[in-house]
Design a protein around this ligand. Structure first.
Ligand code: LHQ
Length: 264
């Protein structure tokens, strides 16, 4: 697939997926959604990719659904078939991101609104530029959060803040997002790209299978009881014990050197 609205480039084990409609703050079209699914699938399948970064070109991360996509229907007094649209777009894209078998880092360079915020929430780790802003914009157009917005946000910031942010649609800045745990780190805008590359490079150098299994376990444990969680940990640990990276980790420790993990 050739891309019109995104870009994908891989360097030093990091696949960088860039939403690229800067003049519209990277608002999501059906085309962009298809392209993002394709890019995440490609990055997940590539042996040389050990970390995926999702970011936006220009001053926006992603302004959510492109509201002009349905303009004709609204103008003619009809209503778009949103259920069909969700099935075609976000219900493929969000699980694809969330289930990528590589660590996924959202590098939120600018405003993230509505489904744009949901994209970031579906990633494993979120970092922001100090210029980033965040809003559950859905309520402002009389909609409920979709694209996983009701699933991930309470898991990330807790029930009370998730309800408040979703009901008010309040725009919050990067520092507030960090205080809420919505993003892990805020980087100065001047050093945003190198700071993101540094973190992505660190993730790409870690034992990839263990990172993905860790995410799976933590996500699963949110709805498991303790016995189930312990049983899943034991199964996953038995699998990790078979990996080359585990052997490398314990060997490097014994030899008092830095491990060279290969993601195998
Ligand atoms: C946009 C958009 C946009 C098109 C900025 N679309 N052009 C799922 C299924 C079905 C239906 C609906 O929704 C969903 C899920 C959702 O995502 S619902 C939420 C959709 N998103 C929004 O409601 C956010 C709308 N945008 C905004 O509120 C503002 O643009 C924000 C707060 C994001 C940024 O404000 P500013 O920094 O002041 O920028 P701006 O408003 O001037 O936008 C710059 C340009 O981007 C502008 O175009 P123009 O040609 O006038 O320069 C905007 O029209 C365009 N743009 N968001 N979602």
């Amino acid at each position: 697939m050739t891309y019109e609205q995104i870009a994908l480039a891989t360097e030093d084990g990091v696949a960088r997926i860039v939403m690229n409609r800067p003049e519209k703050l990277n608002a999501l079209t059906a085309t962009m959604s298809d392209e993002l699914v394709d890019a995440f699938e490609k990055a997940a399948a590539a042996d040389d990719v050990r970390c995926v970064v999702l970011t936006g070109e220009g001053r926006g991360f992603c302004a959510g659904q492109d509201l002009t996509e349905f303009a004709d229907a609204y103008r003619s007094g009809q209503r778009p078939d949103i259920k069909a649209h969700l099935a075609k777009t976000y219900h493929r894209l969000i699980p694809t991101i969330a289930e990528t078998r590589k660590p996924v880092l959202a590098a939120v360079n600018g405003v993230a609104a509505g489904a744009g915020l949901s994209l970031a929430l579906a990633c494993d780790i979120r970092v922001a530029s100090e210029e980033a802003r965040f809003t559950q914009a859905f309520v402002k157009i009389g909609l409920v959060p979709d694209s996983g917005g009701t699933f991930f946000l309470p898991r990330v910031v807790g029930y009370a803040k998730a309800v408040e942010l979703s009901m008010t649609g309040e725009m919050i800045d990067a520092e507030t997002a960090r205080e809420l745990g919505l993003v892990s780190r805020v980087f100065p805008s001047a050093s945003f790209e190198p700071d993101v590359s540094g973190l992505a490079g660190t993730l790409a150098g870690l034992p990839t299978q263990a990172l993905v299994a860790t995410r799976d376990l933590i996500r699963g444990a949110l709805t498991a009881d303790l016995d189930e969680a312990l049983a899943r940990e034991a199964d996953a640990q038995a699998s990790m014990a078979e990996t080359d990276d585990h052997l490398e980790g314990v060997t490097a420790f014994a030899e008092k050197r830095q491990p060279q993990f290969r993601g195998r």
